[in-house]
Design a protein around this ligand. Sequence first.
Ligand code: NAP
Length: 559
Amino acid sequence: MSFVILQSCCNDASCVAVCPVDCIHPTPAEAGFMRAEMLHIDPETCIDCGACVDECPVDAIRAEEDLLESDEEYLTLNADYFAVHPVQTDSAVPERKSWRKSDFSSLYVAVVGSGPAAFYAALDLQSRKVAGIEMFERLPMPYGLARFGVAPDHPSTKAVTDTFRSLGKKANFNLNLGVEVGQHISHAELLEHHDAVIYAVGASSDRRLDIAGEDLPGSHAATEFVAWYNGHPDYADRQFDLSGERAVIIGNGNVALDVARILLADPLSLASTDIAQHALVALRKSNIREVTVVGRRGVAQAAYANPEMLALLSMEDIEVVLAPDEVATDEVTQALLDSGDTESSVRAKVRFAQAAAGREPSGAGKRLVLRYKHSPTSIDGLEVVERVQLVRNRLELGSDGSVIAVPTDDVETLHADVVFRSVGYRGLPVPGLPFDDDRGVVPNVNGRVIDPVTRTPIPGVYATGWIKRGPTGVIGTNKKCAGETVDMLLQDYAAGTLRASRHPLNAIRELIHERSPDVLTFNDWNLIDRAEREAGKVAARPRVKFVDVKSMMDVVRAR
Ligand code: NAP
């Protein structure tokens, strides 16, 4: 699927600014923009995230599958445009079309993980008509960060699971929930029973700041807070003391803005979402009135996405405060902006922040303070968090051309009742696989897992998603990422470089049932899913999530 721009296109390019993969052309920076009669979406680059649809002011963008017959001419117009203006790509991935003709009806693939990367890989394999896809997930529920990472007030983002659910009906797809690779089944056993194994296990830990006081009570990884409010069973019993008035968040990526929004949200507005019940209860009692988000570089380098910033700026009950001197463009950034190479989204970030810094105070009861060009040097307090020490940074151009933060002598103490360290997720080693500890990924080339010493591919072993490329990108980014990995796998299969033989699949199914008697299937998950949705109907919510494994097992056993 892709999206298609239709006749009512107004060429204001608001869609271009929100597209995470730059698939809409011509952009305002490209020659021909002023002469173009309309904009076009490159179906090869589009990740189906739908951000452009939400942003389009004239409702001109439709999913390809929803086109009316009378609209189909636009597919031709689109193809014609890209035939004349091919999108430049630096990918070394071979053309996918050549693999479509091969026969994969004897190919059995194991996919480890059940988040978006895993499901995009499985959907891609399904579309090539492989013999079997066996998915393994440690938890008794699927969907990974689509369930435990997406903020509860972003329900449309979660709708991606509807696409994934379609796999549950396919005869060649089998979901094994409650099976942990490394505990119930080893990597070697998986490989013995499948032609190939794709690891899509994500990045389940968090990066460290490596400063004093990081582990003081009251200093938390933002990733854990996110997992807690989203009802992840491993985090449901965590305690977050929200009795103070000021929270400080270190880092300014999309997770930081999610956490800030949830902390400042009116609990009434969250009561109609699928937020975990324990989090709703805690947030109702919260005294947090101000959240300060601290970014180490300038506005132009802020890690958050423009749509997330725009959403915050439009919240009427929250005052967004930015200091004019911190959002002023520094010399290094100005030179980059002047060079003309800068993405339109970066320019938009600067514009939004500078406009917001000039706004009159709204007098709203809660405040979100966005700080830039500051780094924490320590988190202090007698027994619990009381303060964060900050140092002001100046920006310099690094040797690789990136803008880096360099500390000055200008220091500041910021009072903090609770701290969230939101400096990114981090991948963990996978038992039986090599690991690149610096990057927190499984070493690979385009998804083929490699031996780090010989730098040669390990036959039959692949990676996709965050464990392949690190914790970057939005959910839809995993579609392209998985497509690349699946291409490598199919290419190897067609070339005969996978293992020569494998044990029958039945043998591994017996092993799994022996070692994990509570293994659940997609049908079992459907029962749990239905029970959550039914509980949600009673409470006027999309669902009420089960947050402990026993309650889920009770639903399945009561069938
Ligand atoms: P992120 O986007 O990588 O942001 C990490 C932040 O931490 C950056 O501001 C980074 O600054 C900062 N940082 C890193 N090390 C630091 C240090 N030592 N001291 C101070 N600051 C430090 O990570 P994230 O917010 O966890 O998000 C992970 C991924 O999930 C991203 O791709 C994000 O877009 C995605 N996500 C998307 C959504 C959404 O679409 N709504 C929601 C949640 C998450 P520098 O930039 O200077 O390194």
